[in-house]
Design a protein around this ligand. Sequence first.
Ligand code: C5P
Length: 223
Amino acid sequence: QGIPVITVDGPGGSGKGTVTQMLARKLGYHLLDSGALYRLTALAAMRHGVDLDDEAALTREAQDLNVAFEPTPPGEPARVLLDGVDVTRAIRTEECGDNASRVAVIQSVRDALLQRQRDFRVLPGLVADGRDMGTVVFPDAPVKLFLTASAEERAQRRHRQLLDSGVSVSIDDLLEDIRARDDRDMNRSSAPLKPAGDAQVIDSTGLSIEEVLERALAAASRA
Ligand code: C5P
């Protein structure tokens, strides 16, 4: 070990993806978007005709995941290839996110993805974004952040994002999805979403992304 890692956990829409990217860019560290691995497992299952109830087959999908993150400058989101095909956008749909959170409740799937995530910890350092980065994957991380925001605010952020990309959906539907996903992520028995005992919690409700980054950097320098 000895290689620095900053963990950034929290629910979807808490701003952790953006904060992770900004921290990685600022520090020149590598970036792990662990949610992408769960999304890729779900997408691989969908594309390979695997039933989302078939735990053994889903575990094999996770073990055999043929994925490449195309190298980009530090802090830039990677291009993602599954079976050699660019799926950078395909893994970002609501359907894929929802299926990812179903696949993510299966302990053997989580076990299959564990070492793949730890392999991202290389010099000069790593910023890791997810749900269990501080609790399970990198429990020895010297800096652990946990970002939250109210479900309503997260639904509004997602709504704006979708509108910007030309997709119009109702805020109420988004809010319902977010609540369902939170419920699944927080109440599952394996690696539930919760702050590590030594994590610094940042509530981003009502804050701009710059304000959140400022707090994240202050927290990182306090650790
Ligand atoms: O962060 P993102 O929305 O891309 O994650 C998709 C889903 O993957 C989450 O809802 C969660 O269920 C699962 N996940 C997880 N552990 C992680 C990252 C994501 O269980 N470290």
